[in-house]
Design a protein around this ligand. Structure first.
Ligand SMILES: Nc1ncnc2c1ncn2[C@@H]1O[C@H](COP(=O)(O)OP(=O)(O)OP(=O)(O)O)[C@@H](O)[C@H]1O
Ligand SMILES: [Mg+2]
Length: 224
C-alpha cells in the first residue's frame, strides 16, 4: 500500500461568538489506498472539523497535509476545488438527493462537472456500475421518495463513487438509519475500499467502526 494521505501536527482553532476553541491540536493521520479508517469520539470532539480539513473545505492553522506526497496544506481555493471534485467523494448523514430525478439521474449529476467529455453510453455505463457496486442497480429508475433510507444512502454513495475518487469521506452516513440498513451502507463503503479507495468513516456506532481496518478516537483534539 502506498501513502495516500498524511496529516501531521494538524491544529485547528474555531472561533464563534467571540470565543475561540482549539478543536484539533497535533492530529496525525495516515491513510493508504484501499485502507479504511474509522474516526470515533464524543459529540463536539472535532470529527466533522477533521473531515472538512481532509476534504479541503477548510484549512488547518498548523501542521501539514500531504496528498500523494504533495504538500497541499496551503493550496489556493481554485486548486482545492479542482482536487475536491476530482479526488474526493463525500457522503453525509442526510442523503441530499434530488427528489425529482431518478436514482440513475442523481448519480449522473456527479459526472456533469470535471470529467471531461463522456458519451451518453460511457456515462450510462459508469452510472450503472456505481449503482451496481452498492447493490441498488435494480432501483436505477426509481425516484428517492420511493426508496428506503438505506437505499437512498446507497444511491448517495454511488453518486460519490461514480467519479472514482481516491478518497471517500463519510460523516455519520448511518446516523439516520436503523441498524440493519446501516450495516448494508457500511458494507457498501467497504466495497469501495476493495477497489483501492481510501475511506475515512466518522461514526458513533462502535460495531461499524470495528469493521474498518483502523479505529481512531478523537480525544481532546488528538487522534489516539
Ligand atoms: N464555526 C464554528 N465556530 C466555533 N466553533 C465551532 C464552529 N463549528 C464547530 N464548532 C465547535 O467545534 C467543536 C467541534 O465540532 P465538530 O462539528 O467538528 O464536532 P463533531 O465531533 O463532528 O460532533 P458531532 O458528533 O456532534 O457531529 C464543537 O465544540 C463545535 O461546537
Ligand atoms: Mg459531526
Amino acid at each position: 500500500m502506498t501513502g495516500l494521505i498524511r496529516l501531521s501536527g494538524i491544529g485547528k482553532t474555531l472561533t464563534g461568538q467571540g470565543e475561540s476553541r482549539a478543536v484539533l491540536s497535533g492530529v496525525d493521520l495516515t491513510l493508504h489506498r484501499g485502507q479504511s479508517v474509522a474516526v470515533v469520539g464524543r459529540s463536539g470532539s472535532g470529527k466533522s472539523t477533521l473531515l472538512s480539513l481532509l476534504g479541503l473545505f477548510d484549512r488547518p492553522d498548523d501542521g501539514t497535509y500531504l496528498l500523494r506526497d504533495r504538500d497541499i496544506t496551503r493550496i489556493p481555493e481554485r486548486r482545492a476545488a479542482a482536487l475536491r471534485s476530482a479526488g474526493f467523494g463525500f457522503v453525509f448523514q442526510r442523503f441530499l438527493l434530488l427528489n425529482h430525478l431518478t436514482a440513475a439521474q442523481n448519480v449522473a449529476m456527479a459526472l456533469v462537472n470535471g470529467q471531461g467529455w463522456l458519451s451518453r453510453r460511457q456515462r450510462g455505463a459508469k452510472v450503472a456500475a456505481a449503482l451496481d457496486a452498492v447493490g441498488v442497480a435494480h432501483l436505477a429508475g426509481h425516484r428517492p421518495p420511493r426508496l428506503s433510507g438505506g437505499e437512498q444512502q446507497r444511491v448517495a454513495i454511488a453518486r460519490a463513487l461514480v467519479r472514482e475518487p481516491e478518497v471517500l469521506l463519510a460523516d455519520e452516513p448511518t446516523g439516520a438509519l436503523d441498524a440493519e440498513t446501516g450495516d448494508l451502507v457500511v458494507e457498501a463503503l467497504r466495497g469501495a475500499t476493495r477497489r483501492g479507495c481510501g475511506l475515512v468513516l466518522v461514526t458513533h456506532d462502535r460495531e461499524h467502526a470495528r469493521k474498518m481496518d483502523t479505529v481512531l478516537e478523537l480525544v481532546e483534539g488528538r487522534l489516539t
